[in-house]
Design a protein around this ligand. Structure first.
Ligand SMILES: *[C@@H]1O[C@H](CO)[C@@H](O)[C@H](O)[C@H]1NC(C)=O
Ligand SMILES: *[C@@H]1O[C@H](CO)[C@@H](O)[C@H](O)[C@H]1NC(C)=O
Ligand SMILES: *[C@@H]1O[C@H](CO)[C@@H](O)[C@H](O)[C@H]1NC(C)=O
Ligand SMILES: *[C@@H]1O[C@H](CO)[C@@H](O)[C@H](O)[C@H]1NC(C)=O
Ligand SMILES: *[C@@H]1O[C@H](CO)[C@@H](O)[C@H](O)[C@H]1NC(C)=O
Length: 336
């Protein structure tokens, strides 16, 4: 009898030790769970490797915020047929293993922003059905081969990370409406950078590369899209646009090149491409050929435009009924 008591005591205390050892993925984690037509409720997971037991299959939203979940392992968030929104934000995630998100056939939004993710491994997102993927404000510097392939996203936010090298393979057979890579460390976009992407079904794409380290824009970079909504290249270090930078693209609604170091834009750059709004503020341009003046709006403040150049623009305006040059009266006074 006495020895049996002892045995029970040992079992209890060893399971207690496992809890104190903190080796579970979800360890004292608070979730906010939403079900259709009900106010969200709080669920506390004491200690487990998966959420399956704690969240009803009919749940549509799971939010985990300001907790500590350093590693997401295989099957930790899986088998929720109705789940639409999944947010794990400010939860210190450093690592995501393949299969962490599985069988989530109705997922619309996956918010993993404000974590410490360093690498997007191949296979962690492929074939998930979400439209919006937030990976902004992490520490991502490595992205695996085809890591974003087979996705049909409306929005992909990768801004405020540490990505320095672009690879077109990441997006093979994917489409995105808004791709935000602003405030990374990208130094170069190679020719055909977006070649393997599909054109979005509804609408045209916006590419956001503001605040990177781009020094020049190569030939054929955007080749593969007939039409783009906007290209943001502002606040880079761009000194030069290759003459064929926009080759292959017929129309872009707006191109933002503000706050770069452009000294010249050759007329060939826009030869085959209609751009409605061209933003060139805060560069080092001394002139711009009137051959480029086919846009609806040109923003050119903050450049050392010469008075001789402004004179050629005024002459051009005399001869054209629909001038596209804005702020030209200012430029007349401020030219150098
Ligand atoms: C669980 O977390 C809460 C805060 O989220 C904290 O107050 C509580 O002490 C934790 N409990 C354990 C057993 O760690
Ligand atoms: C999911 O997120 C979207 C956008 O933030 C929001 O409009 C919607 O109400 C959320 N739905 C649920 C079930 O949490
Ligand atoms: C994603 O999470 C961040 C950080 O909490 C929040 O600011 C943002 O609104 C969230 N976005 C969506 C669409 O849920
Ligand atoms: C495209 O737009 C149509 C109508 O605006 C809508 O019914 C359809 O669901 C949209 N498709 C996608 C993939 O967003
Ligand atoms: C201009 O670009 C530099 C980096 O090239 C950046 O540090 C600065 O904040 C930008 N300024 C504005 C007004 O965007």
């Amino acid at each position: 009898m006495q020895s049996l008591d002892l045995l029970i005591l040992v079992i209890i205390s060893s399971s207690g030790d496992a809890k104190l050892g903190k080796s579970g993925i979800f360890d004292n984690v608070t979730l906010l769970v939403t079900r259709l037509g009900e106010p969200s409720h709080v669920v506390v997971v004491d200690f487990d490797d998966s959420l399956t037991k704690y969240v009803a299959p009919s749940s549509e939203g799971i939010v985990i915020k300001d907790q500590l979940i350093p590693k997401l392992d295989t099957n930790c968030i899986s088998d929720f047929p109705k789940l639409k929104n999944l947010s794990l934000v400010s939860t210190g995630i450093r690592e995501i293993r393949r299969g962490a998100f599985k069988n989530l056939p109705n997922l619309k939004l996956l918010n993993l922003s404000h974590n410490d993710i360093e690498e997007v491994r191949q296979g962690i997102f492929n074939h998930l059905p979400m439209e919006d993927l937030y990976l902004n404000n992490n520490k991502i510097s490595r992205i695996g081969y085809k890591a974003f392939s087979h996705l049909h996203l409306r929005n992909l936010f990768l801004n405020n990370n540490k990505i320095s090298r672009w690879s077109k393979d990441w997006f093979a057979d994917s489409s995105v409406l808004i791709l935000d890579l602003s405030y990374n460390l990208v130094e170069e976009l190679p020719p055909n950078s977006f070649h393997l992407m599909s054109e979005p079904v509804n609408g045209s794409m916006s590419l956001i590369f503001s605040g990177n380290q781009l020094k020049k824009i190569n030939n054929h970079v955007f080749n593969g899209f007939d039409k783009l909504r906007s290209i943001f290249l502002d606040s880079n270090l761009i000194e030069r646009l290759a003459p064929g930078a926009f080759n292959g693209v017929k129309y872009v609604n707006s191109v933002n090149l503000n706050n770069n170091s452009l000294t010249e834009i050759r007329a060939e750059v826009l030869r085959g491409t209609q751009v409605d709004v061209l933003m060139l503020e805060d560069n080092k341009l001394r002139c711009l050929s009137t051959d480029l003046f086919r846009m609806e709006e040109l923003d050119i403040d903050g450049n050392p435009i010469t008075c001789f150049c402004v004179k050629t623009w005024l002459d051009w305006r005399e001869r054209h009924s629909n001038p596209s040059i804005y702020h030209i009266t200012n430029l007349e006074e401020e030219c150098i």
